[in-house]
Write a protein that binds this ligand. Structure first.
Ligand SMILES: Cc1ncc(COP(=O)(O)O)c(C=O)c1O
Length: 396
């Protein structure tokens, strides 16, 4: 790798060698530690995005580094031809803490979604049920199955055709759901707390309607917990804020603590839907990623999830004060735990840029929402620093 002298140099090289699909911040990173990122230019930023909800334990967490180093020395990859204890231990932890019966490991959220759709279709085909319903504002990944249940044209234009027997309904619209569900409905897929969609919770009435319809028509509920899961909202799953137990759950992002890891969790009644050879992956459940996942689980249940709840409450209190100070700019403060959204009356991108100039990293989503996804180890002091920078941006 070349030794770089400035972010600008890296940006220019990237433009000459890579597909231009990302809207990146103009920062090339040299190293990261805790909740801070330092650029090759020598600037240090407070990171309130954590690699889009991935670096749950921040950067350079000593127990995480220790576990993955030890595992890498033992074996870094074997394939699923072998039994690998780190996978089994992580699966046991997931089963024990969530009550789900079976786990399948993937490398990413999109792959977990693909597997979940396949599992649901295999269950449904045996019952004459094939239609998959999903919702506007949902984000499920960039693979064909996931794209087929997402609405945003930018992600799909010109890449048709998508999966048949899929439909996208308006989110939180009970009437639309009631009209769409039939005996052929195989699964309803949703994020109980939408991330890319702008940090939007499912409406409790809407969830109740879905549960009533499930009782009547017998479809599966698939919860996409890729972003809201793994403790981000102060509970293990985003849907834990509701009285609901989806049949299938997908995870990724935070569960790997920074390494590529996804998971499908399924309820007991689905444990025999797949026979040997019906689903699989070369890399999924990589032992180093699973070793990281084990540490993430232990840390989450050892206090980090409580921290996400407490510091998240403090963050929302601070944001509410800012809303009172700047009611013309901030329309609403949303979210739960350390998954917060600040809905503005104008585009969020200029504010994200202004925050970056004050050495704070956040992200704009759904056009007018500033999305905040700090590492789950963030402190009140970090929140104070963020709040001061945000206040300064709002003053203009
Ligand atoms: C809710 C949700 N589901 C699925 C995905 C796709 O995950 P990945 O990018 O790991 O494929 C994302 C990614 O942002 C997500 O937020």
């Amino acid at each position: 790798m070349k030794i770089t002298t400035s972010s600008q140099e890296v940006i220019e090289r990237e433009q000459q060698s890579m597909f231009q699909v990302y809207r990146r911040l103009p920062i090339a990173v040299e190293y990261a530690s805790g909740c801070r990122i330092t650029s090759v230019d020598g600037d240090t930023y407070l990171d309130f995005l954590s690699g889009i909800a991935v670096s749950a334990l921040g950067y350079g967490h000593p127990r995480l580094i220790d576990a993955i180093t030890r595992q890498a020395k033992a074996f870094m990859h074997l394939s699923n031809v072998f039994y690998q204890e780190p996978q089994v231990e992580l699966a046991e932890l997931l089963v024990q803490h969530t009550g789900y019966a079976r786990v399948f490991f993937s490398n990413s959220g999109a792959e977990a979604m693909e597997g979940a759709i396949k599992l649901a279709r295999r269950w449904g085909n045996a019952r004459g049920k094939t239609e998959i319903l999903a919702f506007s504002g949902g984000f499920h990944g960039r693979t064909y199955g996931a794209l087929s249940i997402m609405a945003k044209p930018l992600y799909k234009d010109g890449m048709e055709p998508f999966l048949p027997q899929t439909a996208i309904l308006p989110f939180n619209n009970s009437e639309a759901l009631r009209n769409a569900v039939t005996k052929q409905t195989c699964a309803v897929v949703l994020e109980f707390l939408q991330g890319e969609g702008g940090i939007v919770f499912a409406d409790p009435d809407f969830v109740n309607t879905m549960l009533e319809l499930q009782e009547e028509f017998g479809f599966l509920i698939i919860a996409d917990e890729v972003q809201a899961g793994a403790g981000r909202t102060g509970k293990f799953f985003g849907f834990d804020h509701f009285l609901v137990k989806p049949d299938i759950v997908t995870m990724a992002k935070g569960i790997g603590g920074g390494l590529p890891l996804g998971a499908i969790l399924a309820a007991q009644h689905l444990e025999n839907v797949w026979d040997k050879g019906m689903h699989g992956t070369t890399f999924g459940g990589n032992p180093v990623a699973c070793a990281a996942g084990i540490v993430v689980m232990r840390e989450l249940y050892g206090g980090v999830m409580r921290n996400a709840h407490e510091v998240g409450c403090y963050l929302r209190e601070n944001l509410s004060v800012l809303q009172q100070q700047f009611p013309q700019i901030i329309e609403e403060v949303r979210g739960c735990g350390l998954m917060a959204g600040v809905k503005l009356s104008s585009p969020a991108a200029p504010y994200v840029e202004a925050l970056m100039k004050r050495f704070v990293i956040a992200n704009a989503t759904a056009d007018t929402v500033i999305r905040l996804l700090p590492p789950l180890i963030a402190t009140r002091k970090d929140v104070d620093e963020f709040t001061a920078a945000m206040q300064d941006c709002l003053k203009g």
